[in-house]
Write a protein that binds this ligand. Structure first.
Ligand code: FES
Ligand code: FES
Length: 182
């Protein structure tokens, strides 16, 4: 059968078997291998992408069911060569080890922050509760999402903070009375 859908903003049409899962469609037919295929039984969440703006486990969706829908994968997170703040947060906070769960975690985190820009640790843990990470113990993933919440403009914001903090002090500024009078 022929399916047409929008993937990362571009319309795509492919001939597929009716039984083809969406995770295999994006990986094998479109070459978007950022979406990972882990368990195939709806347990791990490595396959999470967005369909019509909502995170879904793409191993639970037939490609045919996505016809006419809008799909967004992890490849669409970075813009103009700039990583999304959630991607930067995972770098800053070591939110990954093997990285297998990471694409799904990133897509869930982006969705959460778009709706709740300042989520509590409990809210973050609930949001990712359908996804498994066998490496990190989750603490650094939660920290990475919090980093992204605190830096909605990403590393550019950190650079600005660094520039502000390293700006040359005005004469006498930042020196003790003894130093100033010496
Ligand atoms: S591959 Fe889809 S939940 Fe594991
Ligand atoms: S970083 Fe290895 S499974 Fe999460």
């Amino acid at each position: 059968m022929q399916v047409t859908m929008t993937v990362n903003g571009a319309e795509v049409t492919r001939d597929v078997e009716p039984r083809l899962l969406l995770v295999h469609f994006v990986r094998d037919h479109l070459g978007l291998t950022g979406t990972h295929w882990g368990c195939d039984t709806s347990n791990c969440g490595a396959c999470v992408l967005w369909m019509d703006g909502e995170p879904v486990k793409s191993c639970t969706v037939l490609a045919a069911m996505a016809a006419g829908r809008s799909v967004r994968t992890v490849e669409d997170l970075a813009r103009d060569g700039e990583l999304d703040p959630v991607q930067q947060g995972f770098m800053q906070c070591h939110g990954l080890q093997c990285g297998f769960c990471t694409p799904g975690m990133l897509m869930t985190a982006r969705h959460l922050l778009d709706r709740d820009p300042d989520p509590s640790e409990a809210t973050i843990r609930e949001a990712i509760s359908g996804q498994l990470c066998r490496c990190t113990g989750y603490q650094n993933i939660v920290a990475a999402v919090r980093w992204a919440a605190e830096h909605p403009h990403g590393a550019a914001e950190v650079d600005d903070e660094a520039v502000t903090q390293s700006a040359p002090a005005a004469p006498g500024e930042g020196r003790s009375e003894t130093e100033v009078s010496a």
